[in-house]
Write a protein that binds this ligand. Sequence first.
Ligand code: G1P
Length: 295
Amino acid sequence: MPKPIKKAVLPVAGLGTRFLPVTKSVPKELLPIVDTPLVQYAIDEARAAGIEEFIFVNGRSKGAIEDYFDHAWELQSLLKERGKDSELEALTALMPGPGKTAFIRQQEPLGLGHAVWCAKSYIGDEPFAVMLVDDLVVSDTPCLAQMIEVYNETGGNVVAVENVPREHTNRYGVLDIGETRGNRVEVKGLVEKPAPEDAPSTLSIIGRYILLPEVMSHLDAHETGAGGEIQLTDAMAKMLGDKPFHGLQFEGIRYDCGSKLGFLHANIALAMARPEFTDGLLPLLKDAVAKAEKP
Ligand code: G1P
C-alpha cells in the first residue's frame, strides 16, 4: 500500500476577478451555495475521504477564510445561552480539529503551480491532495475518495477529469490519453489551456489532484508557461514516465462555481435537493421561468 493521503492543499489566494463586485471585499471561497460557503464543501469532501490536515495558500485581504475555520465565541455563547445546542454542535462539527489547519501566504499571484509550491515545507515527502474550491463536486462517493482508490492501486498521480466541449479546452489542463480501462485513463501527456484545434483530447482536469511530493522539486524551477504563469500542469507533465499517472472520469456532477452561471446552477440544484426547500422553491422557479419566457 502506498503512503496514505493525509494532507490537502487549498490554493485560495485568487482575487476572484470573474466574480466582481462581491469579491471586492468577500473571498469567493466564502460565497454560499444555499447556506454553506464553497470552501466548506471542499473540506467536507476531503474529510469524508479521510483527509484531516488542510494547508490553505491564502493572499492578502482574505483573512475571513481563516476566521471561518476558528471558533466564533460570541456567537457560540449566545447559542448556548439560548439553548440552541444542536445548532452549536453542527457548527463545531464543521471545523477541522485543533492544529489541523495551516494558513500560508502566496505573496504574489504567480500561478497555480506557484501557489502549490508555497506549501512545499508543509508537505515534505508525503503525497497530497490539491483542491480548487471553485469546483464543487456532488457525488455518492466523494470525488477525492474515488481518486484515492485509484492512487492506492497505482501508487501514482491521479487527476479528476471530465469531457468538456472542444471550444472550452482553452480553459483547462487537457490530457493526451493512452490506454483506457473503464473510467480510468492512462495519461501520456498534459497541456495547459490548449486552443481547441491543438487540444490532444477534450478530457480536461477539474480542480482535484492527488500528487506525489516529487512535483514540488519540478516546481522549484519556477518556470512559466501558459499565460506567463507558473503552471501546475507543466510540473505534472515532468513526472510522466517516472511514475504511474492516471485521469479518473469521476462519478458525480461538477459545478464550476468560479463562473456566475455555474454558481447559480449549483445554488438551484443543491437547494432543490434539500427537502426543506424543494416544495417551496419549485413554484418560485416556475414563476421566474414563466416571467423570463414572456415575450
Ligand atoms: C486551473 C488549472 C487547470 C485546470 C483548472 C480546473 O486553471 O491550471 O489546468 O483544468 O484549474 O478548474 P484556472 O481555472 O485556475 O485557470
